[in-house]
Design a protein around this ligand. Structure first.
Ligand SMILES: C[S@@+](CC[C@H](N)C(=O)[O-])C[C@H]1O[C@@H](n2cnc3c(N)ncnc32)[C@H](O)[C@@H]1O
Length: 275
């Protein structure tokens, strides 16, 4: 029945790129903490019967809401099709970047954001982009030609990014991996000059509290600079996210005595930090 639950949860266009194992982990967590739900699943003779129950309905709503928060949202139905059209030069890179919420919000501002980052760090020879989403597709806005290491949990997205880099003959390492288990694979990554963690820490903290405080020190064993960004608006841009939601991060970098410079571009707040 678990397979059916996962398939049902994913039956929304914006969630289709997610790996089953990732959805399963959230379902399992919910099952552990919700006795009523466990009992309902045990007594339901079929998935169809389970689907009619209130407790199941709530599970689907909760997990989908969490996935949208964690994953961000694809705006288009069929990203693979769009990518094929891009390869045939029927659509432009803008259309690809505008198909994902984070890169859509940033699209107009890449020409301002990247020079500000690299004014501080210098032009990188190697960039590591963690929980990258579709951000690696902004490569032409970088203003330099670094090697690229792209990591995200969604295998299908990573496949597209790998193809994109192959198309442009950019030396790249593309990996589908879960950052909440970074200890298992971080040593295998090549070293880099700059690591992007764009609009990612809130997402990771929602999955595992205080993970950023373990991840960032480990990253400094691999990279010189870490660039963290936070959105000042919620997904969809309706809500202003309170400054207090980010103040933990500011306090923490101060406590760790990291050197940090911050700036804002449109609704995104960037911190460029080093040890
Ligand atoms: C809000 S989007 C930001 C994407 C990109 N960094 C940007 O700003 O354009 C969050 C990204 O984090 C990825 N993500 C969420 N949880 C993750 C995890 N545990 N491990 C790796 N990637 C994860 C999602 O797949 C999604 O691409």
């Amino acid at each position: 029945m678990l397979d059916q639950i996962i398939a049902h949860i994913k039956a929304k266009r914006e969630l289709q790129h997610l790996d089953d194992s990732f959805v399963e982990e959230l379902v399992q967590k919910q099952l552990q903490s919700n006795k009523k739900l466990r009992e309902k699943i045990n007594v339901s003779e079929s998935f169809e019967k389970l689907k009619k129950s209130k407790v199941y309905d709530q599970l689907v709503k909760d997990i989908r809401a969490k996935l949208r928060e964690i994953y961000g949202v694809f705006i288009l139905d069929d990203f693979e099709k769009l990518f094929e059209e891009y390869k045939q030069r029927k659509v432009k890179i803008r259309h690809l970047l505008e198909a994902h919420q984070s890169t859509k919000e940033r699209f107009m501002y890449y020409p301002r954001a990247y020079p500000r980052i690299f004014n501080i760090t210098g032009n990188p020879k190697i960039i590591m982009d963690l929980a990258c989403g579709m951000n690696p597709l902004s490569y032409s806005f970088l203003g330099c030609h670094p090697e690229y290491i792209a990591v995200d949990i969604a295998q299908k997205d990573i496949d597209i990014i790998a193809e994109f880099f192959k198309l442009y003959k950019v030396k790249a390492t593309t990996i589908a991996a879960d950052l909440t288990h970074f200890n298992e694979w971080i040593d295998l990554l090549p070293k880099a000059d700059v690591c992007f963690l764009f609009k990612t820490l809130d997402t990771l903290e929602a999955q595992q509290r205080h993970i950023s405080k373990k991840l960032i020190p480990r990253l400094f064993e691999k990279v010189k600079w870490v660039v963290v960004s936070f959105s000042k608006k919620s997904i969809g841009g309706k809500k202003n996210l309170r400054a207090s939601a980010r103040s933990w991060f500011e306090k923490w970098i101060e406590k760790e005595r990291y050197n940090s410079e911050s700036f804002e571009v449109f609704n995104e707040l960037f911190y460029v930090i080093r040890t």
